[in-house]
Each structure stands twice: as C-alpha cells, then as structure tokens.
Design a protein. Sequence first.
Length: 365
Amino acid sequence: MDEPKKGNALDSFLAGLRNDITTRDMSVATVLKWVVLLVVAYVVLPLTIVAALWYIWAKTSWSKSKRILATLAVIVVAIWIVSLGANRKADVPDTAGSQQPATQTQSNVEAPQVQVPVVQEEEKVTEPVSEADDLYKVVGVTDGDTIKVDIGGNIETIRLIGMDTPETVDPRKPVQCFGKESSDKAREMLGGKKVRLEADPTQGERDTYNRLLRYVYFEDGTSFDKWMIAEGYAHEYTYQSKPYKYQAEYQAAEKSAREGKKGLWADDTCKGVTVTAAVTAATTAVVGNALTADTSKTTSSVSNGSTTTTPSAGSTTSTSGGVVKKSSTGICHAPGTTYYNQTKSFIAFDTLDACLASGGRLPKR
C-alpha cells in the first residue's frame, strides 16, 4: 500500500470523512463528531480570529506598534492551528477510488523508540565574596592607623576605623608623642602579614582621602584595632561623633589602657597627650606637669551662658595657661594643640583624663 500523501487541512478532513462513509461507520456519535469538527474548523475558528482582530484595533488603546504585534501573533496562532492538519498524515488511505482485495493484509511494524535521558547541567550559583572570609597581604604600613594591602592585585590604602595613633608622616605636623612607637609596633605586627578586613556601613566606604575604611583582624580573628588601643598604642577615635559598630568595646579598651597607664598613657611617655610634639623627654615632662599643675590661680565665671576662665586677683595666669579646655562642641584642647588659644568658650579641667571622662573627645587629626 502506498504511503498516504500529505495534504492540506481540508484534504485530510475530507479523507477522514470519506473513510467513515466507505466503511459505513456512520453511527450517531460519528456524525456528531464530524458536525462539531466542521463547525469548529469553518465557523468558530474564523469568527474567533475576526473577533480578536476587531478587539485589537477597535477596543484597545494600545499604540500602533503594539496593535501590529498583536495582529501578527493572532495570525501566527491561526496558521499554526491550520498547519496541524496539513502536517499530519491521514489516519487511513483514500478508499473511494480504488478497492483492495479482501484477502490482502498489511502489517505495520513500528520500530521501538529508545528514550535517551537528557542530562541537564546544574546551574552554578556564585556566592557573594565577603571580605571577612578573605585574607589580604599587607604590603605597607604608613603609620599606626593606616596600612596598604593587596586586594585582587590592586594596592588599597586602608584607614582603620575606631582608632587614632599619634602622627608621624603628616607634613603639616611634627612627629607627635609616641607616634614612632605606634608606627613601629604596627609594622612589627602587620608587615608582610595577611589580614582580614571588615567594613562598617555606619562609617561609609571611603574617607575624604579616598582611603578604604575598615576594621583589621589577624588571621586568628584577633582585632588589631582593639589590641592597639588596649595596649596603649592608640586612642579610641569616633569620627565626627558618628557611633560605629565596636565603639563601646574600643572605649572600654582605652579606659583599661588609661587606668593601667600603658603605652602613651604612661607617666614617663605622654600621659595621654599625644598631640604635642615628641621632641625630648624634657618636653614631655613639661607638658605633663602643665596638665597636673595647680589651677587654684584661676576662677570660673559664667557670662552669656558660657563658661570661661579668668585670672584671679594678683594672678598672672591667662586663659592660655596649663588647663585642658573642653569646648562647647565637646573637644578637649590640651596646651600646645592647634586650637587651644583660639578656644575662648570652654570648661576647664585639671587633666586630659578628666576632660575625656566627662564625655569629651580629642581633636580631629
């Protein structure tokens, strides 16, 4: 028997109908089937297409381009439905024009179908890289609170959050008291080592000098920042009074170092006053004596809501004497600092410790 030929949808439809008539399979169910098919194929489908096109162009407020795209979509769907009948073979051959011997039989043997499993490649999920999980090599130590690290081949300058060490490299300032010791300790602890970094959203990504702002940790998880403060190599430092993540811990570490007179808090170093120049031991002694000098020669008077110091009768001590001045903004100005003489409205303290204990803070660098 010849293979049935492919035709259009109408040919296939009529071939099936002729086959049912030839084989006298014209039961009520068969008749109803063909009536439904005729109505769907030649009435419902065309009307549906026309209605869809009418709605697109008459009822919608779409732009012209959207209407054209919708029209093309309707046409494509209609062609696809029509092609279903055109691309399939007739279920039975046309028996209207030729008769086959009754004794002739056909056996159609279908080849077994082997299903080949489709192996789908698993999606690779890229986990975000966290600085806290990575180690970065320290390639340089600028001073006690500023280092350089290699991050992915780029050398980044890191300004440590929450701590401040005496200046050693600022061209605008002399080397400050205990600055060399702090820088040397930082080089000893970090030089050539690998560290972990942690950002703090409360402090921003970079400072005004484009330095990355980070906490620094040793490989074992120990905080370098906190260790420097606790051992007296650095002050706790809150930038512009903005609280940071570990502020309470660092302030407690500074209090411990101050009470234990470690490092820059020792009587024979700076007594906590690192903003003075580290010239000689004699200079440091003079500063220390000035901070602890008897302030009985000065009296406090309140005028216009501000506290100022004025010399008592017979005294030659001026407002730029040996007291520590706490300004109205809460900054503790020790003798010899940049804005000490310019601070006219202040509260006087005998020592820097007393000023800091009252809630004051050190001047910005």
